[in-house]
Design a protein around this ligand. Structure first.
Ligand code: UDX
Length: 436
């Protein structure tokens, strides 16, 4: 099938590349000519495990193309994916100007039936708005489909190639058939393509992310309570996760959720509920808990040093909002760095992928170590901020010789409490006993 993908951000590139992988002819379009040139030269502008291989293979086999010319991109495409940014506007609701602008441009260019698919996370009612904009600018037949993405950064390729489900919102029979055909190779294990109306599909995306964020905030509150009552959140997590109705996944307490999706989507759903005169009480609490949780690690540090951390040197392991990504959007690390610097402390950080992005924000205000051990050299304490695999089994002997004091504040509960007792560390994690 011939496909166009408008927007080559994270979602657009993963979508375009993975659609080419099953034999479709895909052309990705972006207004950023420099970026287009870069991709035409075979350079992938984002970091995502597994994507590079597919990207190069499909370019080489001439199934994946790039252009900055919208007319050229959509001329032969049957299906046009819109993977454009929907940043939060000043009031928290999603800004649709890119999506609606593209719809208008596309409407003016089409000469035969097209399926326009919104892939970006868009508020309920967006498909209707896109339809209205298109109708105002063309008399050619088209269908607008809502097809939200559920990709997790770090495993996006796997999520696209073998999705738990694909949600397709459309009332157009022709579009439904085309979408079923397009996704058939991805759901061969029997996972469903769930067809529904556009509004339900749009809401599904927000509901999914908000529900997951709710799970996290709930567990973070349980963790805080565990510390007060002397329980261990890891035990409670295992105890409740074994119940199939609850499920094992997404129950890890930590220092709050971040990234480009959860904070934005929870806020947008709360906002759209408000606009519809509905007070979505749980969501407001989910956001409030997350804001508080981002502060937990720094508060533990300040409490340990009795409020005075001026001149102390802290090592930070992990900066990205989660492992296997260089993404630092809404990362708890940013808050932690700000707080430590404001209190007069020094920071020496290491992250396998996200250092460049943090450097662009903080410049020489903090130190960037070449590896995890250089980061702790001469540090008063270590803060664990992102659960990268290589931080899970460090060489504790080497650490002992580098750290000034054997003190760890762990925002991700990486280490076994008994191990920390054996190694003689002061170890303060989330929702577990403080090891002194
Ligand atoms: C998320 C959704 O999972 C995906 O379906 C959606 O389309 C985009 O948003 P992503 O933001 O890439 O994906 O990351 P995810 O792995 O879901 O983690 C989100 C945040 O929750 C991270 O900050 C992570 O640290 C936190 N988290 C996750 C927890 O604190 N505890 C958990 O148990 C799981």
């Amino acid at each position: 099938m011939k496909i166009a993908v408008v927007g080559t951000g994270y979602v657009g590139l993963v979508t375009g590349t993975c659609l080419a992988e099953t034999g479709n002819q895909v052309i990705c379009v972006d207004i950023n000519e420099k970026k287009v040139k870069m991709m035409q030269d075979g350079q992938l502008p984002i970091y995502e495990p597994g994507l590079e291989l597919l990207f190069h293979r499909n370019i080489k086999q001439e199934r994946l193309h790039f252009t900055s010319n919208l007319a050229e991109a959509i001329a032969e495409a049957k299906i046009i994916f819109l993977a454009l940014p929907t940043p939060p506007g000043g009031d928290g609701s999603a800004d649709l100007s890119y999506v609606l602008g593209a719809a208008k441009d596309i409407a003016k260019l089409i000469t035969d039936y097209k399926v326009i698919v919104t892939k970006s996370t868009v508020p309920v009612g967006t498909a209707d708005k896109v339809t209205a904009v298109m109708n105002a600018n063309t008399t050619i037949e088209f269908a607008v489909v809502s097809n939200p993405e559920f990709l997790r950064e770090g495993v996006a390729v796997e999520d696209f190639m073998k999705p738990d489900r694909v949600v397709v919102g459309t009332k157009d029979e022709r579009a439904r058939k085309l979408m079923a055909e397009l996704y058939a190779p991805y759901v061969r294990q029997g996972n469903p393509v769930i067809f529904m109306d556009e509004r339900s599909s749009e809401l599904t995306k927000y509901a999914a992310n908000s529900f997951l964020a709710t799970k996290i905030s709930f567990m973070n509150e349980i963790a805080n309570l565990c510390e007060l009552v002397g329980a261990d959140v890891d035990m409670v997590r295992r105890g409740i996760g074994a119940d199939n109705r609850i499920g094992k996944r997404f129950l890890f307490s930590g220092i709050g959720y971040g990234g480009s999706c959860f904070p934005k989507d929870v806020q947008a759903l709360a906002k759209s509920s408000e606009e519809n005169k509905y007070n979505f009480r749980i969501l407001n609490s989910v956001m409030e808990v997350n804001e508080i949780q981002k502060k937990v690690l720094v508060e533990k540090v300040k409490k340990y040093y009795k409020g005075d951390i001026k001149g102390k040197k802290f090592a930070m392991w992990g900066l990205a909002f989660k492992p296997e990504t260089d993404d630092i959007r809404e990362a708890p690390a940013l808050y932690i760095i700000d707080e430590l610097l404001a209190a007069g402390a020094e920071v020496s950080a290491f992250d396998p992928e996200a250092m460049k992005n943090v450097e662009a924000l903080f410049g020489d205000k903090i130190k960037y170590a070449a590896d995890q051990y250089e980061a702790i050299d001469g540090a008063d304490a270590l803060l664990i901020v992102t659960e990268w695999s290589l931080f899970r089994t460090p060489d504790f002997d080497q650490m002992d010789s580098l750290l000034k004091e054997k003190v760890i504040f762990d925002g991700r509960n990486l280490y076994d409490l008994d191990k920390m007792i054996d190694c003689g560390y002061y170890y303060n994690s989330i929702g577990r006993k403080e090891i002194k």
